[in-house]
Design a protein around this ligand. Structure first.
Ligand SMILES: *Cc1c(COP(=O)(O)O)cnc(C)c1O
Length: 368
């Protein structure tokens, strides 16, 4: 049996072992800054910045899915910041992607560099080029957002480890159901659960997972001391999202694959990135390290106007930044200054029935 199917089933029942007769089956939302704490405080929940049972429920599910320990943060950037601040100090060198999520580079520029961290930027496709001696952390994003480029996570992790460094992978575009970077050798996985795990475009959340007890302790300390903690309600929404992620992810990826195949044949689509298609430059790597091509498609139309007409003219596309929701959404990434063609559209396929969605996409493409 597929291991992830097993885990998908198990996370639905993780609470069962802890329930007493009459307890709610669903995870409760616990709003608490104080806990009843007479006498010796050791071993009990102490204070709301350190402990919360709703976080525990979310982290239990996340950790179970990734076979690791999980720490939840109030956004994807909260998780990414934690990974850096837990593991990097002044004088350390880190390598980050030049073509990944923009805010990770801003974090490096505005905060890590001024604190004395040496930062090198590299394209995702150039991450395999070595030169890892003296590097504390290599931060990968594969597939990268928005370009959907890939890099060989296992190969890079082996080289970085041999040189004495650690590897962090931003797995937002794949989720644990699409790719398992810890199994490929990564030391930490970070993700924006704001995207597909939350899935309904109504919550921000992030997490870091690791199998290294020292890194885990440092991540917990960072959260407790910096105070960047998730709200219990948001943790609860994200936990609810994880209960249906496997189902939504299957539909989204299956639809995206068919839609990408049809885009590949379409006259108006000048260039296409979808790692699940045999024609994609990263397809061999995709087969090696990913379970699916994912739910994101990068398509390039003639120009800015064509991209805007396609997005805004489609009844079933939300013109929005962010991705991974139940509703399909799209945006022209050049509007934020990403280094992509003006007509490049990042399309996030939602859970709408495939042929209905395709008919709307095709109609809008015809007018674009
Ligand atoms: C959205 C995103 C983030 C940041 O997540 P937030 O919840 O917005 O902070 C980080 N990495 C990637 C790849 C993303 O797409």
């Amino acid at each position: 049996m597929d291991e992830m199917e097993q885990r998908a089933a198990e996370i639905m029942h993780l609470r069962r072992a802890e329930l007493a007769k009459g307890d709610p089956v669903a995870l409760p939302i616990t709003l608490a800054s104080m806990y009843h704490l007479p006498g010796d405080p050791t071993g009990a929940r102490g204070y709301g910045r350190m402990d919360n049972p709703t976080w525990d429920g979310l982290e239990h599910a996340l950790g179970h899915l990734e076979g690791a320990q999980a720490v939840a943060f109030p956004s994807g950037m909260g998780a990414i910041s934690a990974a850096f601040f837990a593991a990097v100090k002044a004088g350390d060198k880190v390598i980050i992607p030049s073509d990944g999520y923009y805010t990770t580079r801003m974090l490096a520029d505005k905060f890590l560099k001024p604190l004395g961290v040496v930062v090198e930027e590299r394209a995702t496709s150039a991450m395999t080029q070595g030169g890892f001696a003296g590097v504390r952390m290599v931060f990968l994003e594969s597939p990268s957002n928005p370009g959907l480029d890939l890099c060989d996570i296992a190969g890079i992790a082996a080289e970085v480890h041999a040189a004495g460094g650690i590897v962090v992978v931003d797995n937002t575009t794949m989720t644990p159901y699409g790719q398992r970077p810890l199994d490929l050798g990564a030391d930490m996985v970070v993700a924006a659960d704001t995207k597909a795990p939350g899935g309904h475009s109504d919550v921000l959340m992030g997490h870091v997972t690791t199998r290294d007890p020292t890194l885990y302790a440092a991540l917990k300390d960072w959260r407790k001391i910096s105070g960047g903690i998730p709200s219990p309600f948001d943790a609860w929404l994200t936990h609810r999202g994880f209960e249906t992620l496997e189902l939504r992810f299957q539909r989204m990826c299956a639809s995206a694959h068919v839609i990408a195949e049809r885009f590949a044949e379409h006259k108006k689509v000048q260039a296409l990135r979808y790692p699940g298609l045999p024609g994609d430059p990263a397809h061999n790597l995709m087969k090696k390290q990913m379970v699916t091509g994912g739910f994101l498609i990068g398509l390039t139309l003639k120009d800015e106007a064509a991209g805007e007409r396609f997005i805004n003219g489609c009844a079933y596309l939300q013109p929005a930044t962010s991705f991974g929701g139940v509703h399909s959404s799209a945006e022209r990434r050049a509007r934020w200054g990403d280094a992509v063609a003006p007509g490049f559209v990042r399309l996030s396929v939602g859970i709408e029935p495939l042929e209905t969605l395709w008919a709307a996409l095709e109609a809008s493409l015809a007018e674009a």
